[in-house]
Design a protein around this ligand. Structure first.
Ligand code: 8YV
Length: 323
């Protein structure tokens, strides 16, 4: 049987499925696999089951220790942990888990948007701290309307579309989008209007960043981009931390160039405790939980298992990240 290394815990069902076809090696510790363990395991395995956060980058340095490796199966849709060129050169197939997480990630984007707009986190703390008094000035609790506002979506892929659907039909928002290619379907279904990036930023009340991290989108949003946004704009990032220049975001929030931000992702994860984003009152954060519901994570885990097994049993995986 081909040998595989599982770098984080999966359900019994997923594990049994893999074990039917493969000899299973598991990392039983918590969090990231220590480098010495990974380098030892990778010497003998045919397949690696991972997500960027448990093994780090799949690059030439790692691959040079992995003479038998045929497939790296990511339990995530993002595959910025793959050095695609290095993997291709060594004929290692990379797979991801698209589709099954679209709605869950779109839900989180909206959760951050609504919570930022209506100051849910700040006002929750206010009530629980006993600060709601008969003398409380009601206007001090005012937020921003979501319904009917203009939403700019940067990255109109599958998840971008799920966000657009919520915006259009749930909140009657005007949807703008920016994408590498035009999306006639989305334009029709959600009346989404294409804009170049500066125009989208200038016209939007809410901006949701939902692009994959690539060399083209690295720090796509920086100082200049925040400057053209409305001072009343709310910025949401559910893509990858490195699609934003984090220092520029901090300055924009401090200087009132934008109103608020809701962040699922950070330049460095886990985020450093002294990162100013954690103390700014107009920022809400969650620990990269875009797809983190039990149901969706199980679907992702099974899909990644199917991809892994497909390659190792000589079949076509359903989600190769390149052809
Ligand atoms: C993953 C994600 O769960 O799928 C992605 O790209 O960002 C998340 O949904 C996370 O990367 C851990 O694997």
């Amino acid at each position: 049987k081909p040998k595989v290394f599982l770098t984080y815990p999966v359900s019994e069902e997923v594990e049994n499925y893999i074990a039917e076809h493969c000899e299973l090696h598991k990392w039983d510790g918590e969090g990231r696999v220590p480098e010495e363990v990974l380098l030892e395991e990778i010497k003998n395995i045919d397949g690696l089951y991972t997500s960027g956060s448990t093994t780090g980058r799949i690059d030439e340095r790692l691959l040079s220790h992995a003479p038998n490796l045929k497939v790296v199966s990511n339990v995530s849709v993002g595959y910025n942990n793959f050095d695609v060129e290095a993997m291709r050169k060594r004929n290692v197939i990379g797979t991801n888990t698209p589709h099954v997480l679209n709605e869950t990630v779109a839900d989180l984007a909206f959760a951050l948007l609504l919570a930022s707009a209506r100051r849910i986190v700040e006002l929750d703390k206010f009530v629980k701290a006993g600060n709601w008094k008969p003398t409380t000035v009601y206007s001090d609790t005012y937020g921003k309307d979501v319904h009917g506002a203009t939403l700019g979506i940067i990255g109109m892929g599958r998840i971008g579309e799920a966000i657009a659907r919520r915006a259009k039909f749930g909140f009657e928002m005007d949807v703008l989008y920016h994408n590498r290619t035009r999306k006639p379907d989305a334009e029709k279904k959600y009346e989404a209007a294409y804009r170049d990036l500066p125009t989208l930023l200038a016209e939007s009340d809410y901006v949701i960043l939902m692009t994959p991290l690539t060399s083209e989108t690295f720090q796509l949003i920086g100082e200049e981009e925040f400057k053209v946004m409305k001072k009343s704009a709310v910025f949401i990032n559910v893509s990858r931390g490195q699609t934003v220049d984090e220092q520029a975001l901090i300055r924009a929030l401090k200087n009132g160039e934008i109103l608020a931000a809701g962040l699922d992702v950070f330049e460095k994860e886990p985020v450093n405790a002294d990162n100013p984003l954690l103390t700014l009152p107009n920022v809400i954060t969650v620990p990269h939980i875009g797809s983190a519901t039990a149901k969706t994570e199980e679907k992702m885990a099974m899909r990644a298992a199917e991809n892994l097994v497909a390659v190792l049993t000589g079949n076509q995986p359903q989600d190769p990240v390149w052809e």
